[in-house]
Design a protein around this ligand. Structure first.
Ligand code: HEM
Length: 230
């Protein structure tokens, strides 16, 4: 890989696609881990502890992920700027689905929201006291990270924000898989439409999977408050 690879449009697209794929793997793994919430505080905290037990190796993975996230964003910004320069009139774009520049623009919007979300999310769950008042439920006992997540989603506005962001993640992923297929030239009359269909289903599963967590906590709390479930 030489310097011209990084400055060529196709080279940049391949870097964005490859780093995007790694981020998708993280999103899937993270979703699987978060679903432990359905098995109660013990199971969820046990999973979080097991993960924390992987340190210092985990720091390496986290720094790696951060690097990949930054590279993904950096080359995306270069591509968007290149696109704007080439067209010089993005404001006149038609909003039709077949318009690749519109798709790029849409990716930029959802991508920016995801960036804002990740910063907010880290402050919300990672860089917070996992054993302080935010981890305590109605009995005044600390439920660790489970309690922090539970209490966060008791706020409907906060949950709503999360769900909007999860829709952005799903849309971004669906389009990301599509671009990946195009960028690496997998073009087959029979398989490409199937891959695209798969990317859409996959995005819906990711969006619903993540969104189900705030909805579940809201309903669980609502049922407890109204005495339907104890
Ligand atoms: C309802 C949805 C989600 C829930 C309940 C959730 C939950 C959590 C929790 C509890 C942590 C803290 C882990 C710890 O400190 O041990 C965390 C960290 C993190 N989450 Fe999420 N998450 C959600 C969605 C997402 C999404 C969609 C993304 C990416 C776009 C994401 C990216 C991250 C990252 C980068 C970290 C820090 C990594 C780490 O601490 O290992 N999360 N999440």
């Amino acid at each position: 890989m030489n310097h011209s690879y990084f400055s060529s449009s196709i080279g940049r697209k391949q870097i964005v696609a490859a780093t995007g794929l790694i981020l998708i793997l993280f999103i899937l793994g993270h979703l699987a881990g978060n679903l432990f919430i359905y098995f109660g505080p013990e199971a969820f905290n046990h999973y979080a502890k097991k993960l924390a037990g992987l340190r210092p190796f985990l720091y390496l993975i986290e720094f790696g992920l951060l690097g990949i996230f930054l590279i993904h964003m950096y080359f995306t910004v270069l591509l968007v700027l290149e696109n704007i320069k080439a067209r010089g009139q993005t404001y006149r774009l038609k909003k039709d689905k077949g318009n690749p520049a519109w798709a790029t623009k849409w990716m930029a919007y959802t991508g920016t929201l995801i960036l804002v979300f990740v910063i907010y999310h880290l402050l919300d769950f990672t860089f917070t006291d996992h054993h302080g008042p935010r981890s305590m439920l109605v009995d005044g006992q600390s439920y660790g990270l489970y309690g922090v997540v539970y209490n966060s989603f008791l706020n409907p506005l906060h949950s709503f924000f999360y769900i909007i962001c999860m829709i952005a993640v799903g849309t971004h992923l669906s389009h990301g898989v599509e671009s990946f297929v195009q960028t690496f030239g997998f073009n087959h009359p029979r398989y490409t439409p199937k891959i695209l269909k798969f990317s859409q289903c996959f995005a819906v599963v990711v969006t619903l999977g993540y969104s189900s967590i705030p909805i579940y906590i809201f309903l669980k709390n609502f049922n407890m408050a109204s005495g339907i479930c104890h």
